[in-house]
Design a protein around this ligand. Structure first.
Ligand SMILES: O=P(O)(O)OC[C@H]1O[C@H](OP(=O)(O)OP(=O)(O)O)[C@H](O)[C@@H]1O
Ligand SMILES: O=c1cc[nH]c(=O)[nH]1
Ligand SMILES: [Mg+2]
Length: 218
């Protein structure tokens, strides 16, 4: 399995990630959402370099042109709710992709220290033999990603799985490397942070991505 940490390269992506983390800039939720979306666009472009291509002949007003274009069928699978704008970033790039949505959220127990992840909703096309891009901006324990993937397996076996995230914890990367098919999974992270706190939030991370994008929930 390959894990690609895009923060190891000096690109403008790093500025978008630092804006997402910045407690002052976060107050502008429209900018927060747009930064997530544009990281999705950039990551989709990076993933596009790994796809299969075929030569497409195009008729122009003055002749014909042959261009290599992606041939793989793609399904973008997103975990609600923080994944919503991230999904759109991917869809801006892979505009012909099919789309899958899974709702997964943490339900905290009384002590607010432990939680379990609830999956309540899944809407997905068949994913058999397709490229499945699983998008969620935060990968903390890896539990939501794993449970969402298991739910999507009811729709077939994908040819390749790309786990796309913005901030991952080292622990979640290790977890996904253990629990996803080693021969056909690639993990893409815009940054990998060292630890989780006692509430399983990523440190330093950025806080609660869903709340920052869409507001607090009851
Ligand atoms: O790797 P994990 O430990 O499972 O944590 C990561 C999950 O937590 C966040 O969602 P959250 O449960 O906060 O739901 P929300 O998007 O509705 O805010 C995030 O978007 C991931 O789905
Ligand atoms: O750090 C974290 C962990 C889970 N969900 C988030 O939004 N942030
Ligand atoms: Mg949240």
């Amino acid at each position: 399995m390959k894990t690609i940490n895009l923060s190891e390269q000096n690109t403008v992506l790093n500025r978008f990630v630092s804006e997402l983390r910045d407690v002052e800039i976060q107050k502008d939720s429209m900018r927060f959402r747009r930064n997530i979306e544009r990281i999705g666009e950039i990551m989709a472009y990076e993933i596009s370099k790994t796809l299969n291509y075929f030569p497409l002949e195009t008729v122009t007003p003055l002749g014909t042109s042959v261009t290599n274009v992606p041939s793989d069928p793609i399904v973008i699978g997103t975990i609600l709710r923080a994944g919503l704008v991230y999904h759109h970033g991917f869809l801006n790039c892979f505009d012909q992709a099919e789309n899958a949505f899974v709702s997964a959220y943490r339900k905290y127990r009384e002590n607010h220290q432990s939680f379990h992840v609830h999956i309540e909703y899944i809407a997905s096309p068949r994913i058999e033999d397709k490229i499945l891009i699983l998008t969620d901006p935060m990968l903390a324990t890896g539990g939501s990603m794993d449970l969402s993937y298991q739910a999507l397996l009811t729709k077939g076996q994908p040819k390749h799985i790309h786990i796309a995230t913005i901030i991952a914890s080292r622990q979640a990367i290790d977890y996904c490397e253990q629990n996803f098919p080693k021969d056909r999974t690639t993990i893409w992270a815009a940054a990998i942070d060292p630890e989780l706190n006692e509430y399983a939030y990523i440190i330093p991370g950025l806080g609660d991505a869903g709340d920052l994008a869409y507001g607090e929930k009851e």
